[in-house]
Design a protein around this ligand. Structure first.
Ligand SMILES: Cc1ncc(COP(=O)(O)O)c(C=O)c1O
Length: 485
C-alpha cells in the first residue's frame, strides 16, 4: 500500500491554542454591535420569508420546529432546498457557502455526482434494501480494511450513536469488565450511557433528563488531556469491577474543540495496555476526513475498536459501523451459528445495499481525488485568512485547524467548564447567545457554519470559494463592538 497522506499539514501548537482560548474566556465578550446585529436579523425577516413560513408550520408538528442539533436555528432555521459542491441554496433562493458539510460527511462536496450516479444504478437494479446479503457489504469492508489495517473485521450499523453503543457492548462482552471512561465534553452520540459529561467537561448528568441513573452509573469522565486523572480512574475502577474501555475522539472532544497534544492518543494507548483495557477510537468525524487512514493512521496509534459514521456512507443514510480486533468484533456476529457469547446488535436497515454502495464509491472517490488532503488545504487557507483578519481587527478570537476541521472561537462557550463553576453559571448563557448571534451574522452574510464556531471544509472549497468566504467573514468582523467603524 502506498504511503497514506493526511489532511493535517502542521499540527497546532496545542499549548499556545489553550493560552489563547484561556485569554478569550477571561475577558468580556466582543459581539457584533447592537445596531448592526439588528441589520443581520432583518435579513432573516426580509430575505427568508419562505423559510420563516415553513418554520412556523413545522413548529406545530416538530418539537422546536427543527430536527437537527446542528441546524442553525437563530433566529429561526432556514429551509434548504438545493445543494451542490461548495454551496447550499435556501427555499427563498439565497445561496450560501456550506461549511457545515452536513456535520462532516460530505468531504467530496455536497451532492457529488459520481457517487450519486452509482447509487442511482444500484437503486435501479435492486432498490435500497432486501434484508439479505449484498456484495457491496463485502466490498466496503474490504476497502476499509485496506485503508485501516486495524479493522480486521467490520460490522455496519445505522449511525455513529448505534456504533458507539455496539463498541461498548462488544468491549464489555469481551473483557467482562464494567466501566467505560470518556473524556469530559466529548460527543459520542446520544445513547443513555454516553449522555454524560456532554459538551462541557465535569457536567456529568447535567444533560441526562429522561436517562435513569443506572444507565450512566458505569460511565466515568476525566478532564480533557488529564492523563493522571485517567490513571487514577483506571486504578479506582480496578477495585470495583474493572474498565472495559476508554473511548476518545482522537483529535479531542467535540472534534478538537479542546485539542489534544500530539502524543495524547499514544499515552492513552499505553495506559490501556497497562490496565488491560480496550481503546476505542471514535472516528465518526475523523474517519477518512483526516485521511484515508483516519486519525489512527495520522497519529500512528492502533485502537482495539474503531467507530465509524458520517463519511462511511459519503453523506448517504445509515452511516455507522464498528471495526477492529477480530476476536472483539466477533462478539457481534449475527445470524444463526454465532460463536459463543454474543453482544446483540441489529437493525432492519443496517448495511443496506444503498448505504454500502454509497460508502464504497464515496471512499474510492475520496482516495482517487485525494479529497481529505485537498479539503485539509482548504482548511489551512481558511484558517490563515481568518487569523489575519483577527489580527488586523485586533480581536481576541481564536482560530486553529486540524486539517479540514476549522475552529473559530469567538465567545469561548465551549471552553467553560466545571473547574470554574461560578464562571460557568454566570457566563454560559451570554456566551452561548453570542455564539448564536455570530452564526446568524455569518448566515446573513452567506456562510453556513456549525453552531457559529466550527467549519468543515470539503474538496469543493477552491481557493476562490475560501477567499470569497473570507471577504464575508471580514464584513462581520468589521462590525464587532470595539472595532473602529
Ligand atoms: C465524534 C462523534 N461520535 C458520534 C457521533 C454520533 O453519530 P450519529 O450522529 O451518526 O449518531 C457524532 C455525531 O456528530 C460525533 O461527532
Amino acid at each position: 500500500m502506498p504511503e497514506q497522506e493526511y489532511a493535517i499539514s502542521q499540527y497546532p501548537d496545542v499549548e499556545e491554542v489553550y493560552a489563547r482560548l484561556n485569554a478569550l474566556v477571561s475577558q468580556p465578550i466582543r459581539p457584533v454591535r447592537r445596531a448592526k446585529m439588528q441589520d443581520y436579523l432583518a435579513y432573516f425577516e426580509t430575505q427568508c420569508l419562505r423559510s420563516r413560513e415553513l418554520n412556523a408550520q413545522a413548529k406545530e408538528l416538530i418539537p422546536g420546529g427543527v430536527q437537527h442539533n446542528l441546524a442553525f436555528n437563530y433566529p429561526f432555521p432556514l429551509a434548504m432546498e438545493k445543494a451542490g459542491g461548495a454551496y447550499l441554496w435556501d427555499a427563498d433562493g439565497n445561496r450560501y457557502i456550506d461549511f457545515l458539510q452536513a456535520g462532516g460527511p460530505t468531504i467530496l462536496g455536497s451532492n457529488y455526482a459520481p457517487v450519486r450516479e452509482k447509487v442511482l444504478e444500484l437503486l435501479q437494479e435492486c432498490g435500497p434494501v432486501t434484508g439479505l446479503f449484498h456484495e457491496y457489504e463485502l466490498k466496503l469492508a474490504q476497502l476499509i480494511h485496506r485503508f485501516m489495517p486495524s479493522i480486521e473485521m467490520f460490522r455496519m450499523l445505522g449511525s455513529g450513536t448505534e456504533s458507539v453503543m455496539a463498541a461498548i457492548r462488544a468491549a464489555r462482552a469481551f473483557t467482562h469488565k464494567r466501566y467505560v471512561i470518556k473524556v469530559g465534553g466529548a460527543y459520542h452520540g446520544w445513547s443513555d450511557q454516553m449522555v454524560y459529561g456532554l459538551h462541557i467537561p465535569g457536567t456529568g448528568r447535567m444533560e441526562s433528563a429522561g436517562i435513569p441513573r443506572g444507565a450512566t452509573g458505569l460511565t466515568n469522565e476525566f478532564y480533557p488531556n488529564a492523563l493522571s486523572a485517567l490513571r487514577r480512574q483506571l486504578w479506582l475502577n480496578r477495585l470495583r469491577g474493572g474498565t472495559a474501555a476508554v473511548i476518545v475522539e482522537p483529535v479531542g472532544p467535540e472534534s478538537g474543540t479542546r485539542p489534544v497534544p500530539h502524543d495524547f492518543n499514544q499515552s492513552v494507548r499505553e495506559l490501556c495496555d497497562e490496565f488491560g483495557v480496550l481503546l476505542i477510537f471514535d472516528e465518526v468525524v475523523t474517519g477518512f476526513r483526516m485521511g484515508m487512514g483516519g486519525a489512527q493512521g495520522y497519529f500512528g496509534v492502533k485502537p482495539d475498536l474503531t467507530v465509524f459514521g458520517k463519511c462511511i456512507t459519503g453523506g448517504f443514510p445509515m452511516a455507522g459501523g464498528i471495526g477492529g480486533r477480530r476476536e472483539v468484533v466477533m462478539t457481534l456476529a449475527a445470524g444463526i451459528g454465532g460463536t459463543g457469547e454474543r453482544a446483540y446488535v441489529g437493525g432492519t436497515l443496517s448495511a443496506n445495499p444503498l448505504s454500502c454502495a454509497a460508502g464504497y464509491h464515496a471512499l474510492l472517490e475520496m482516495e482517487r481525488t485525494n479529497a481529505p488532503v485537498i479539503a485539509g488545504q482548504a482548511g489551512d487557507r481558511l484558517t490563515r485568512g481568518l487569523q489575519s483578519l483577527v489580527d488586523c481587527y485586533h480581536l481576541p478570537y481564536v482560530v486553529y485547524n486540524q486539517g479540514s476541521i476549522v475552529h473559530l472561537e469567538t465567545s469561548g462557550t465551549m471552553l467553560l467548564d466545571f473547574k470554574n463553576p461560578v464562571r460557568l453559571l454566570k457566563q454560559l448563557k451570554p456566551r452561548k447567545h453570542m455564539m448564536e448571534e455570530m452564526g446568524a451574522a455569518y448566515m446573513a452574510s452567506g456562510l453556513v457554519t456549525l453552531a457559529g464556531s466550527r467549519m468543515y471544509t470539503s474538496m469543493a472549497d477552491t481557493d476562490e470559494v475560501i477567499d470569497d468566504s473570507l471577504n464575508r467573514f471580514e464584513g462581520v468582523f468589521r462590525n464587532v463592538e470595539g472595532v473602529k467603524a
